[in-house]
Design a protein around this ligand. Structure first.
Ligand code: GLA
Length: 699
């Protein structure tokens, strides 16, 4: 009698078939099946042998290996000095921890290894979390080249793969490749998440549902989708490893980071589900995200030109704008005049700050703002006291020329003494100053600069350092930055509270990047700042309201020098800061809906059924004489809505009657908004219209 194991969540189901001593066979992962629905017959009975095929050819299981009678992508690649290279599972133990959680153990008593697979289908997020472990039970060590953190089944109807590439100042560039017999493979070998190969994919199918997967890891990674003999696909994600990187002595084991995967009835649903899972990753001081404070970051305001008097002056003008957190960026520490020296010397520069940072930090706190500090702890400048005192902590291979990036080297975090030093230095700063926020940067990729590769261990050491700091200073928030958005992933999100998306503050570039970011991560962790015009990275200029409106959909900040603003611009920026403060709970609330980009318009709505804030960005002029209404699929069909326009720059949330919608057009039925749409005012290019939609009568 065939038996099946099912995992269910409101939107998705998984069906596995138990199969002899080997791992269960994959039968289904996709949109929810009604309770109790099982496959019509067992996989073994249903399948006729192929011509010229192997007798008893294996079925695609939860954990395929080279020892299977099948040619599936192996979930593990290992050997014991050339032997035991093709494990075949001789025993399986399935432990159902609940209706949504399974732990499976696969044993091979011939090769002397065991694999463990944990699958959790979270009913709150509809996301599947998959993680694996490999244990060496043999008498000699094992070299592991690959262990997949997930091995998932995707249907034949998969149409293409959407993924993101990019670079410094141009992150989150969406790409698409058709999925077919060639499969899809993407590797990241840069030692941190990277700008161009963040391990996230969306796979839309021809029947509408969309699969999405993200590898919760800040290091090297592989995403691999390979066709199966019946045209369906295997999806694996895991750490990319160099030869010799992973070695298990007898009794040792290695656990992979987790993969978060989901299937939504469309792309918007898949994003919603992923964002819910991401929200569970962050551990907030106090248990829940506080209202995300308006930040001022000093980087583009002054770059390296800082000192106590100038920063106190800048803090005063920030406070006058309504800023709530002042973040002192790069340039504050000993000897740092440009980006060529001093990383590692984490003490205030005696010339810029002769009295240390306390006078500035205390002044900032006295103004009612939080004080934040930029650090780049994993890095070391060859020109630094630290490198001179501890050359052995600098990642380097004897006999080979040093590879630098932005003139800097990387600290070998896997050395306990180096890690203890960094903890002590950071803990001293946090204990001696009123610091409530660290901007944690990482401005170069890791290269092959150690005799033995330790990429994965480097990332694990970073996590352990962050975790120790979080434990010691639980109220301090941390931002993850890596030359802009080079380290944005759910792995580091477990220790941090904000991502710096990009060093590009041009609002048009930024709008596109942020909309892609929001397909994966929630808005409250999306650092988004108003920059100067022209933008330092593109040379383009947009109006201050447009720049503010683009920044307002994330964790809002200012990254320009307010002292240089005209009186009018100062007033405008202040009004937008007030707007953000008034609406941030809706902006960071339950849901984000990203509309299509059509006819020069991109819209997005933040909120919940209680109230929505709709941002309509016009980036280009419309083609016709008048813009068409924009249908809003997120409103309730049975409710009627009050639609109000908000224009912070015209006055404090004044529902001005001088522009659309006029008084008598402010009540619109949900069905009308869904099917015909919200009428748009005439707008110039690089302009925004913001609406508040409130249901009058809740259905
Ligand atoms: C990186 C960051 C910037 C800034 C500089 C400082 O480029 O992305 O925001 O902190 O480093 O050197």
């Amino acid at each position: 009698m065939t038996s099946f194991v099912t995992l269910t969540s409101p939107a998705t189901s998984i069906v596995l078939e138990e199969a002899g001593p080997g791992p269960p066979i994959w039968r289904y992962w996709g949109p929810a099946l009604p309770l109790g629905v099982e496959p019509p017959s067992s996989a073994t009975v249903a399948r006729l042998p192929g011509t010229f095929a192997l007798e008893d050819e294996a079925h695609f299981s939860l954990f395929p290996t080279l020892g299977d009678a099948g040619f599936f992508p192996p979930a593990v690649l290992m050997h014991r000095d050339g032997l035991d290279w093709a494990p075949r599972w001789t025993e399986t133990k399935t432990n159902a921890l609940s209706s949504s959680e399974l732990v499976l153990e696969f044993l091979d008593d011939v090769a002397g290894v065991e694999a463990r697979l944990s699958l959790q289908l979270d009913p709150l997020t509809d996301c599947l979390v998959s993680q694996t472990e490999l244990v060496n039970h043999g008498g000699a060590s094992v070299d592991v080249l690959w262990i997949a953190a997930c091995n998932l089944l995707l249907p034949k109807q998969c149409d293409h793969v959407s993924y993101w590439t990019g670079r410094h100042t141009n992150e989150f560039q969406l790409q698409q490749l058709p999925l077919g017999a060639g499969g899809f493979r993407r590797e990241n070998r840069q030692g941190l998440t990277s700008h161009n190969a963040m391990p996230t994919i969306f796979v839309p199918t021809k029947n509408g549902s969309v699969y999405a997967a993200h590898f919760a890891w800040s290091g090297n990674a592989v995403t691999d989708i390979q066709p199966l003999p019946d045209g369906r696909y295997a999806l694996q994600m895991g750490e990319w490893r160099t030869p010799g990187e992973c070695h298990l002595e007898p009794g040792e084991s290695i656990e992979t980071p987790a993969v978060i995967a989901t299937c939504g009835h469309n792309g918007a649903a898949a994003s919603e589900q992923l964002r819910r899972a991401m929200r569970q990753k962050t551990t907030w001081p106090g248990g829940a995200p506080s209202r995300r404070p308006v930040q001022l970051n000093t980087w583009e305001a002054v770059y390296f030109a800082q000192d106590e008097a100038a920063m106190i002056d800048l803090a005063n003008s920030a406070a006058a704008l309504g800023v709530e957190r002042f973040v002192l960026d790069d340039g504050w520490f000993k000897g740092r005049r440009n980006d060529q020296t001093s990383l590692g010397d984490w003490e205030p520069d005696p010339q810029k700050y002769p009295n240390g940072l306390a006078p500035l930090a205390d002044h900032v706190v006295g103004l009612g703002m939080q004080f934040g500090l930029w650090v780049e702890p994993e890095m070391i400048s060859p020109q630094s006291d630290l490198a001179r005192a501890h050359p052995e902590w600098v990642r380097a291979t004897p006999g080979r020329a040093r590879i630098t990036g932005r003139h800097q080297c990387v600290v070998d975090l896997t050395q306990a003494a180096a890690q203890v030093h960094l903890f002590t230095v950071l803990a001293d700063l946090l204990a001696s100053l009123p610091i409530s926020y660290l901007k944690w940067d990482h401005n170069r990729a890791l290269t092959a600069d150690l005799p033995q590769a330790t990429y994965g261990d480097h990332t694990r050491a970073l996590y352990s350092l962050l975790s120790r700091l979080r434990e010691a200073f639980p109220t301090v928030e941390i931002e993850s930055c890596a030359a802009g958005g080079g380290r944005i992933d759910a792995g580091i999100l477990q220790y941090t509270h904000r991502f710096w998306v990009s060093d590009n503050l041009d609002a048009v570039s930024r709008l596109g990047m942020q909309r892609e970011f929001l397909k994966i991560f929630p808005p409250e962790v999306m650092g988004s700042h108003v920059g100067a015009a022209p933008a330092h990275t593109t040379g383009r200029s947009q109006s201050l309201p447009f720049r503010c409106a683009v920044a307002a959909t994330g964790h809002f900040g200012v990254e320009l020098d307010p002292r240089t603003l005209s009186g009018g611009d100062h007033k405008t920026l202040r009004a937008w800061i007030d707007f953000y403060k008034a609406y941030r709970q809706i902006i960071h609330g339950e849901r984000v809906v990203l509309g299509p980009e059509e006819d020069g318009v991109a819209w997005q709505a933040h909120g919940s059924d209680d109230s929505w804030l709709l941002f309509v960005y016009r980036t280009q002029l419309h083609a016709e004489r008048y813009p068409a209404p924009v249908p809003l699929p997120f409103v309730q069909e049975s409710a009627s809505y009050t639609v109000e326009r908000v224009d912070p720059a015209q006055g404090r949330f004044r529902h001005a009657s001088s522009f659309w919608p006029p008084d008598d057009a402010r009540r619109i039925h949900g069905a009308w908004l869904r099917h015909d749409g919200v009428p748009l005012p005439l707008m110039t290019a690089e302009d925004v219209a913001i609406f508040v939609l409130t249901p009058n009568d809740k259905p």
